[in-house]
Write a protein of this length. Structure first.
Length: 147
């Protein structure tokens, strides 16, 4: 595997901030209160994680769609829309249920990342980045299931 380009790594890590902030404000009530007063209640705890997580799954569908343009036939395009559809259909029903659905969605996304990577549609460094980000996202979302 080739090294992850610096911009991709730094922007990917920056994209973890809402997940980490949500986890932190889930376990620190004082920080959650401060964040809610400053940013609004949608931007703390599981609420920011669920909202942002659904957006990221949709964004990643777009990334996979871009990879699909290098493939022949329909299958890569069909696979590419699964994360967005998953987020759309599964993130209702409360924060805990939505967090669980997002965990499944991000693990499924990692499997799709691997399929696209294995087919040579994603860059060589792709899985190194995606495994790292997915591990952190899944653990941050798991906080919602514990607290």
């Amino acid at each position: 595997m080739s090294p992850i380009p610096r911009p991709a790594l730094l922007l990917g890590l920056a994209g973890l901030l809402p997940f980490l902030w949500g986890a932190l404000t889930s376990v620190q009530p004082g920080l959650a209160e401060w964040g809610s007063d400053l940013l609004g209640p949608r931007f703390v705890g599981p609420y920011v994680q669920v909202f942002y997580g659904a957006i990221i799954l949709a964004f990643m569908s777009g990334v996979l769609w871009g990879f699909a343009t290098k493939a022949e036939g329909w299958d890569a395009y069909v696979l590419s829309v699964i994360p967005a559809l998953w987020a759309f259909f599964t993130t209702g029903g409360g924060a805990e249920r939505a967090a669980g659905a997002l965990i499944v969605g991000f693990i499924g996304l990692l499997a799709l990342d691997w399929v696209f990577w294995k087919r040579g549609l994603a860059p060589q460094w792709w899985m190194g980045l995606r495994v790292l980000l997915t591990l952190i996202v899944v653990n941050a979302l798991a906080v919602d299931l514990i607290f």
